[in-house]
Ligand binder design. Sequence first.
Ligand code: G3P
Length: 251
Amino acid sequence: SVKIKPLLAGNWKMNGLRTSQAEFHKMKAGLTDTLADSANIMICPPATLIPALADIAAGSAILVGGQDCHGEKSGAHTGDISAEMLKDAGATAVIVGHSERRTDHGEGDGVVNAKAQAAWRAGLVAIVCVGETEAERKAGQAVSIVQGQLNNSVPDGATAENTVIAYEPVWAIGTGLTPTAQDVEEMHKAMRDNLASRFSDAGAAMRLLYGGSVKPANAAELMAVSNVNGALVGGASLKAEDFLGILDAYS
Ligand code: G3P
């Protein structure tokens, strides 16, 4: 199998004011060369903070990403933000298809697919999220649900450079619950096989993140699972100490 440099990405969700720049300064200050070598590091703040964090991050190893984008470049879409705007503000990537967007805004795979293509059009990496609900897992459908989401949310033309996949079981997000290492391994293997068969070498090299209640205390175990190439972290990305504690699991 290919050697893949992991990505540790933090998703601040709808958290963060201008005062949160102080926490970001702490992350930057705590990022030793060893830690920075062990993984690519990214924070996806609310869009209002992208320019400020991108300025602070300049010259450091920290990347800044968006949490969502519209499919179109510009136009009459009040309240929406295009991938081009995120890029212009200093982002290098954007999360698309997070389960909170799928649920709160009714975004289906087709919308997510269009957003991933919008990200590429703007020169951003698309971080495409997939994951089953608790009911789907209990019904034994977790793998088939996620395979369907991958097939329909990840556009043709995905490469290891323009796309990252994040597996986030909905029931593990913000709950403190995580799947067993064995369940994560099974899912990531199924995703790897799917992507490798569809995208060949690109699919074999694409980064597959795990997300859902990742903390410093469980990061080492989850990150050691085969085909897990990093994490997408919510709550524990808000504090420099927690986020850097997770990064410790990579070095
Ligand atoms: O996108 C990351 C997220 O959904 C996981 O959230 O708070 O469980 O780490 P959390």
